[in-house]
Design a protein. Sequence first.
Lengths: 246, 196
Amino acid sequence: MEDNIKKLIEDYHDGLLGEEDKTKLLEMAESNIEIMKELTIQKHIMNTGEYIGRRELRLELDKIHEELYPNEIRTSKNKTKYWPLYLLLAIASLVAAFFFQQRNVDNSNESLIAIYYTPMELNLGKRNANTQQFKELTLLYNANKYDKLIAEVNSKNVSINELPSPILLALAVSNIETKQYNEALLLLNNLESREDFNIQDEIDWYRSMTYLHMNNISELKSSLKKIIELENHDYRRQAIALFNQI
Amino acid sequence: MTEAAEMNDVNTLKNLRSNIKKERNDALKDVYASCYEYVKRYIISNNGTVTDAKDIFQDAIIIMYEKVQNEDFKLTCTFKTYLYSISKNIWLNKLRKKGSIIQLEVEYEEVDIDSNALEKLEQNELNKYYEQLLDQVDTESQKVLRLYYFEKKKMKDIAKIMGYANEQVAKNKKLRSLKKLRALLFNSQLKYLAHK
């Protein structure tokens, strides 16, 4: 095969050919089996090169993952190797849980709420703090006037989409305080859909706290599990402690 | 995007394209550390496991990395948002295939990903074939092929990275590697490949 055709095919795979040349080449390939073969070979040469790259990069990423999250990897890799240890730990946990339960039979969810739940502190960023409307809402929240805060938002007919995320979170907490748990969950879901990375951990925690107030143990457990699985979660320590007590 | 975040991302972008291995690795590590937890949270909240989160996130980094090597690539949002969007799309695709999309909370299509790119990441027949083929290719040739086709490096950069005397040596090495691979492809399953 002529070198210029080979070059044309190489350029085609490298994405360097214009539309006209591309069409010309593909027309030639349809009537010439040698060109078709060369097109196929070059396509697979390129794919092989890319495959090597992806394979090597995956290995590098595995190393990075192991370095950054050593416990996560160790847990999944050595599960089978250390099964006797896991069995022993499981038995020990059951025994501990049994004694713990005996000691804390009167551990109602009120006492857990008292231990684990505190309304968040509300400090608005500079930009939001300058707005009079948000200033008023912040003052009400910080003065524990949760009813008034909810009423204020409702009376002004403010769309929740217009509220900054910290205020919306404060509104959710106000709903927990006033025992309007389903409202609180709706607001937390709304907040989550905003994907504001700065308050994700608070959303998870106050969702768990809502379930704790509702005494909905199965939802509480599953929301705590999500927190526990995230190694850098701000509330992980509290979540583990609470999980062990329910 | 704030000015500081923008500067940081410009720097990361530059380092992901760097010819210096350490700079490249450090950039990968930074991106990994700053985004993984968010993706993990999303996957776990949407019927996934920790292992799914790790696999999906790494797929997203590989797709992002390939795109970044193209000099025309421009980042229009932060790396965090970009990787998060790719991860979501990959996860949506997987759930769609499994038929469990209805349970998802939000549809999210901010960053389009080529379905071809996803297919290339799967453990399919073709990738297994490439793996067998590469057993017969020496490490040096594999490195040159990776640099040329995956990292999209120019011959003068390949010469620098591989420590060759000049660009011409790199060109010769590449030609030799291609010749070897071409022969292997011809000798093995050309008929099979023609239908792929």
